[in-house]
Design a protein. Structure first.
Length: 658
């Protein structure tokens, strides 16, 4: 029979498995059992709608483990859906599915890292069928599909390929026969033929599998005494009796108190294919109108595909332990799409698609509860586990902020106290992991900001630009901080839009330090400024005109710049930063929106004196050049593009050589 070759990718993974020195080779059993359980799920599902399968009874569904010491084989047998000839070819000749594929993507293609490192990560992934080559040097799969009258046999001794041929098998399902490797030094593989080893492995990895995992186990039974032997000591013989190895309780249905942190972490990493431990988990049972358990996880890191269209939001949905939907989107609002986990309800019907309408209401109620549960956990974390919350916010602050903004702010009240913004106020908090260490943070909630407001302060001040460093360099910011006020530093493009949609917090308005309605001066200062502006009305009128009247709305003096000569400020709802963000969006409708900008000149800077004297001399040409340089430098400070850099450079040089 001609040997077929594995597809290239599969071969590499297979090589890795065959030559594995990985110490946790034992996970092969978990993988095969999990495949067997999936195959039974598939059969059961189909039997709900397929009349041909009306003979399928839930109570008959099972997995058998058969040990044969004489042949040195371990067999895992299920009575699930089975595989046709084509499926054997397709599924076992190539890396097919989710877990395996992901493993391949993350590890096999990565050039760095040695094999040992790679192998040490295997245990955290569903690496699938091929993992059996870590312990077996020959694997035989005999399968009869529900869709075929014939059975087929797939045999492989590893990397040099496989054969498929017709086989004898009466009942439907799949049998995987592993011929265990021989090891000349110590026969470590033969332990997989010991009852003790298998029993332990099933308890460790596959205890929650819903179908019974059966195995013949040794049982000591007394030998019946013959007549006249009453006084003889009882003797025993060992017989084989079939025993169920697993408790069949899903992990999430176990009592919380009996689950260790490590178990929670491992469950997450294996089930949701994450290399990193979760940041937090929420495990609760809800009894009420609808009863359900939920086990939710917040990842530590943003999933690599989170912002791509490939990312699938949703929780796994179980009906009494049976998976009925892999990604139930309706259970999570978009802004919590990063949450992973599952919901298991006894009240849901298995055949959800048929009854989706009735279940709609139930799902909505559950979804609402999930949302409020997560948000209350977040609030709790913010209060009691600040460092962890800040870590969460660093990863997922963006979706939360977008959540507050989206839908015209429909969720803003739920989210407003969970949002963190950088601020000019830095504080130290205790590091819960190291009592002697303090961690600096500049994150503030709006509530915290308000609690620190000065008595006479009416508004909440903020500044925005694309980075904290840039914000700190903004001349307007320095002035407000110098006056003793805290300033929120908005460095993400969505930030300012979020504040705008909130409008105010407890009646306190959000004021951009670059906006012209910021009111920090005393009455006396205001009077002085007003006078200075009136005196120079003509000068400013000329400057505005020379710059082109639609370029800026006004030119005027300001007191808000300590030592700097100029800045731009804005009037109205749209700030200069927002203008930048909107113009950068692909959406045509937003293009060319313009903030109403004002060129502000520091009245106390020598440039003010210079401008005044040039105007007095009637040196309009020179004022034109000055205006240009001042406007362009204000634009540069704001990070805005300038219209004609060549012209600017010529003017500057011209003024320099004077
Ligand atoms: P994964 O389990 O991640 O899909 P595997 O390599 O373990 O990847 O398995 C590949 C495919 O082979 C499975 O998706 C399934 O379709 C099929 N398969 C494996 N084991 C069985 C089985 N016992 N019964 C039926 N199909 C199986």
């Amino acid at each position: 029979m001609a040997k077929k070759q594995f597809k290239a990718e599969s071969k590499r993974l297979l090589d890795l498995m065959i030559n594995s020195i990985y110490t946790n080779k034992e996970i092969f059993l978990r993988e095969l059992i999990s495949n067997a359980s999936d195959a039974i799920d598939k059969l059961y599902f189909r039997s709900l709608t397929d009349k041909k399968l009306s003979d399928v009874k839930q109570s008959d569904l099972k997995i058998n483990i058969i040990r044969n010491k004489d042949n040195r084989t371990l067999t895992i047998k299920d009575n699930g859906i089975g595989m046709t000839e084509d499926e054997l070819e397709k599924n076992l000749g190539t890396i097919a599915q989710s877990g395996t594929l992901k493993f391949k993507n993350e590890l096999i293609n990565e050039e760095n890292g040695n094999t040992e490192d790679k192998m040490s990560l295997i245990g955290q992934f569903g690496v699938g069928f091929y993992s059996c080559f870590m312990v077996a040097d020959e694997v035989t799969v005999i399968s009869k599909s529900v869709d075929s009258d014939k059975a087929f046999k797939w045999v492989s001794e590893g990397a040099d390929g496989y054969t498929i041929s017709e086989a004898e098998k009466d009942d439907r399902g799949t049998e995987i026969i592993l011929k265990l490797k021989e090891d000349s030094e110590d026969d470590k593989y033969s332990r997989y033929l010991e009852e003790y080893t298998i029993d332990n492995l099933i308890k460790k990895y596959s205890d929650y599998i819903r179908y019974p995992i059966l195995m013949d186990c040794d049982k000591r039974v007394p030998i019946e005494k013959k007549e006249g032997e009453d006084n003889k000591e009882t003797e025993y013989k060992v017989i084989q009796e079939e025993k169920t190895l697993n408790s069949m309780t899903p992990f999430w249905k176990k009592d919380k108190k009996t689950i260790t942190d490590d178990e929670y972490k491992n469950f997450y990493m294996q089930k949701f294919f994450d290399f990193n431990e979760p940041l937090k988990w929420i495990h609760t049972k809800v009894e009420g109108q609808y009863s359900y358990s939920m086990l939710l996880y917040i990842p530590s890191n943003v999933p690599y595909d989170y912002y791509s269209k490939d990312f699938k939001k949703g929780l796994q949905l179980y009906s009494n332990g049976v998976l009925i939907m892999e990604h139930c989107e309706d259970l999570l609002p978009d802004y919590l799409a990063f949450v992973k986990g599952l919901v298991d309800s006894e009240d849901l019907s298995l055949n959800i698609s048929r009854e989706i309408l009735q279940q709609d209401k139930q799902l909505r109620v559950i979804a609402k509860n999930i949302e409020s549960k997560i948000l209350s956990e977040f609030a709790n974390m913010l209060e009691n586990d600040r460092i962890r919350y800040e870590r969460l916010f660093k990863s997922f602050g963006m979706p939360l902020k977008i959540g507050a903004y989206d839908g015209y702010g429909i969720n803003k009240d739920k989210l407003k106290d969970l949002l963190l913004f950088h601020s000019s106020f830095e504080k130290e908090i205790d590091n819960p992991e190291n009592k002697d260490e303090k961690i600096k943070t500049d994150y503030a909630t709006i509530k915290e900001y308000i609690s620190r407001m000065k008595e006479e302060q009416k508004d909440i001040y903020y500044a925005s630009s694309e980075s904290i460093d840039k914000i700190k360099m903004m001349p307007q910011v320095e002035n407000v901080i110098d006056k003793g006020y805290e300033v929120l530093f908005l460095d993400e493009s969505v930030d300012e839009f979020v504040l705008q949609i909130m409008e105010n917090y407890d009646g306190k308005k959000f004021i951009n330090v670059s906006a012209n309605n910021i009111d920090l001066d005393t009455d006396e200062e205001k009077e002085k400024l007003k006078k200075a502006n009136e005196e120079c009305k003509d000068l400013f009128g000329f400057m505005k005109e020379s710059l082109g009247s639609d370029t800026i709305k006004e030119v005027r003096f300001t007191h808000r710049l300590k030592n700097h000569p100029v800045c731009l400020s804005s009037e109205g709802v749209l700030s200069v930063e927002m203008q930048k963000v909107l113009n950068a969006m692909p959406d045509q409708a937003n293009q060319n929106v313009k903030a109403q900008t004002i060129l502000e000149i520091n009245e106390n800077h020598p440039i003010a004196v210079k401008l005044k004297s040039l105007f007095k001399e009637g040196n309009k040409d020179e004022i034109k050049k000055y205006s240009k340089v001042l406007l362009d430098s204000a634009k540069l400070i704001e990070g805005l593009p300038i219209d004609n850099p060549t012209e600017l450079s010529s003017i500057i040089c011209e003024l320099m050589v004077k």
